[in-house]
Ligand binder design. Structure first.
Ligand code: GLY
Length: 421
């Protein structure tokens, strides 16, 4: 986009910003009062059984994990737990899953382990070398803080909100106002790459403005979401994985993929990240454009002829090979969690459609096709996700974030009908 246009865009954004600030400080959007949907009792029973198993399975995972590492995946043929340090983008999901499971079980062994892993993550609040601080810190500390405020967890000695605000400050340093986006990777050959996944890091910033009243965080998140809305999406509302920008002019240089089948394809997890990201944008801003975008993305996914009957996507919607193509359980779990939230913001019939799919996904992921027997799968809950197929890493394996969003989706489902409304 030419710099002149950018200026105009910023001016109009600043004009509407006081309104958005009122919304952000007043609080996230609530579900529509009318048209309440109810959860299905049989699915609630299935979920409770899954969560009880998850508690036991995560105690097994906990027992295998070195004290200074975070679980990432499991290589079955070698019987090897794959781990990361606290600086890797997936480092926050384990603690977040443990906090979620504690909220269900009140099992203090899980809580103690979650709090120990937070101490490993603590230094990442100053990490300015990654765009993934939202994943790393909001899914861990942020999840814990929400549970504290709901009265599920006790107040810690050192408050989590200051860790999260520092994380938001660190993430904000990666924003370039000329591009209108937070930079994703620092690696070559990219110039100023922005990946669709980055929509997931915006919640940390929106929360930071809501918490502190400092509008600069939300302004970055909103600008990033708007730039992504303009440049990442195709006419059918599928998204490119990577848009590479010229950092000096803000011009789009290329639209590519890194983890998908092709530049022009719809990488499954990327579509789920977009769906979840715009749903969260709507929750905080009440801007109907974000709700429309989330609904468009949902329509692309749910109407896709390559979405399998069990609603667990192939790793890329356009990967050739028919039903021999690998599934990505992580994309399904993220989608289920996002659809449950999205169903709260739309009318009854649309909500029912979203919930039907979320229910199907939870049932599918609970089946022996994807759900590991306790004691197997290295202690992870779900089998059959794909991390980075073109990069030849984490192919058809458990992944820590598949578990996190699966547990989140199940807990969200349990809240249907009696969430604060
Ligand atoms: N970059 C996050 C992902 O692989 O989805």
């Amino acid at each position: 986009m030419p710099p002149g246009e950018k200026k105009g865009y910023f001016c109009s954004m600043y004009r509407i910003f006081p309104l958005l600030m009122t919304v952000l400080i007043a609080g996230p959007v609530r579900a529509q009062k009318a048209d309440k949907l109810q959860p299905k009792p049989a699915l609630l029973r299935l979920i409770d059984g899954n969560l009880r198993q998850a508690v036991n399975q995560y105690k097994i995972l906990m027992g295998h994990l070195p004290p200074d590492r975070m679980p990432r995946s499991y290589t079955a043929y070698a019987g090897k737990l794959e781990t990361s340090d606290a600086g890797w983008w997936t480092s926050g999901f384990y603690a977040g899953t443990l906090f979620y499971l504690y909220s269900f079980s009140h099992d203090t062994a899980l809580l103690g382990e979650a709090e120990r892993r937070l101490t490993l993550l603590n230094k990442e609040q100053y990490n300015k070398g990654t765009h993934d601080l939202g994943f790393m810190m909001y899914c861990s500390y942020g999840t814990a803080l929400r549970l504290i405020r709901e009265g599920v967890l006790r107040e810690p000695a050192a408050p989590y909100d200051s860790v999260l605000l520092n994380s938001a400050r660190s993430l904000s340093t990666r924003f370039n106002p000329t591009v209108g986006c937070i930079r994703s990777w620092d690696s070559k050959p990219w110039r100023y790459p922005v990946i669709i996944d980055n929509m997931m890091n915006l919640e940390l910033l929106l929360w930071a403005t809501h918490e502190s009243g400092d509008s600069s965080f939300a302004r970055i998140a909103i600008t990033h979401a708007n730039t992504t809305l303009r440049n990442h999406f195709r006419p059918d509302y599928s998204s490119y994985h990577v848009v590479d920008y010229d950092s000096a002019s803000g011009a789009v240089l290329a639209k590519k993929t890194a983890q998908g089948y092709a530049d022009s394809s719809a990488w499954a997890r990327g579509q789920s990240w977009g769906l979840y990201g715009y749903t969260v944008m709507y929750r905080y801003t009440h801007d109907p454009r974000y709700l429309e975008q989330a609904q468009h993305i949902a329509a692309f996914i749910l109407g896709n002829p390559n979405l399998p009957a069990d609603k667990v996507p192939y790793w890329d919607y356009n990967a050739p090979g028919g039903n021999r193509v690998l599934r990505d359980a992580s994309a399904a779990a993220i989608m289920a969690s996002a659809l449950i939230e999205l169903s709260r913001y739309v009318g009854h019939d649309q909500a029912r459609k979203y919930l039907d799919v979320a229910e199907q996904i939870i049932v599918s992921l609970s089946s022996a096709n994807y759900h590991a027997v306790v004691g197997s799968n290295g202690g992870f809950l779900l089998m059959h996700s794909v991390g980075n197929l073109p990069g030849r890493t984490e192919i058809d394996v458990p992944l820590t974030y598949a578990d996190y969003y699966f547990v989140e989706a199940m807990l969200r489902y349990k809240e249907i009908g009696h969430a604060e409304e």
